[in-house]
Design a binder for this molecule. Structure first.
Ligand SMILES: [Fe+2]
Ligand SMILES: [Fe+2]
Length: 212
């Protein structure tokens, strides 16, 4: 997920966001996401986990694969010829921003974060939780930046938010929520450390398949 967001920033977003102050922040975000990738890779290489299985989960575990496909499709749609002078192109750009900033930065990461903190409450894996503290600070700012960017685009181009486009964004969010709930169920067929799949979904703000 950290690599996907880096690729999306570098390949799909940066070239379209030309305001200098926005580009400065995007450069900073790319650097932070690269740090997160390296930090989690370090964790996987240090702890006694089945690395083959973990590194291949994005290919072999359906619930992980589906989340990856959801995000990759948003990036790919930006790599096709995209004319940002047209409402259709501008709406595609907004879908990408909502998918990456609202869904990934705002929803997809938090189940994993909860686990790290659950270990720390038991005085375990404290170094991992410290990594999450630092990562969570960055991700919260990324989400905030993304919300500002989306709001600014809609303020400049209010005609984009038609009822049809609103329905499209709502469907995108509901699809993401469904994917996250499936991921929690695959991750936790039985509760672990007293955390069940339903608890994890509730923590992430998902109840009965709808965001709360
Ligand atoms: Fe990140
Ligand atoms: Fe991020």
């Amino acid at each position: 997920m950290e690599s996907l967001v880096t690729h999306n920033l570098a390949l799909a977003i940066y070239r379209h966001v030309t305001a200098p102050e926005m580009r400065l922040y995007l450069a900073r975000q790319i650097w932070e996401e690269a740090n997160h990738t390296m930090a989690f890779e370090y964790v996987l290489k240090t702890l006694p986990v089945d690395r083959e299985r973990v590194f291949n989960a994005h290919r072999d575990e359906p619930a992980v694969r589906e989340k990856e496909h959801f995000l990759q499709a948003l990036t790919t749609s930006m790599l096709d010829p995209l004319d940002l002078r047209t409402p259709a192109g501008q709406q595609r750009f907004l879908c990408n921003l909502v998918g990456y900033y609202v869904v990934l930065e705002g929803v997809f990461f938090y189940g994993g974060f909860l686990f790290a903190y659950t270990f720390r409450r038991r005085n375990l894996l404290k170094g991992l939780a410290t990594i999450i503290d630092w990562t969570l600070k960055d991700e919260s700012l990324h989400l905030s930046f993304g919300m500002h960017l989306i709001t600014e685009v809609l303020t400049e181009l209010p005609a984009l938010m038609t009822p049809n486009f609103g329905a499209e964004l709502r469907a995108l969010l509901l699809q993401a929520v469904e994917l996250e709930r499936d991921y929690h169920r695959a991750l936790l067929p039985q509760p672990m450390l007293d955390i069940s799949a339903d608890y994890l979904s509730a923590y992430t703000g998902i109840r009965d398949g709808s965001p709360t």
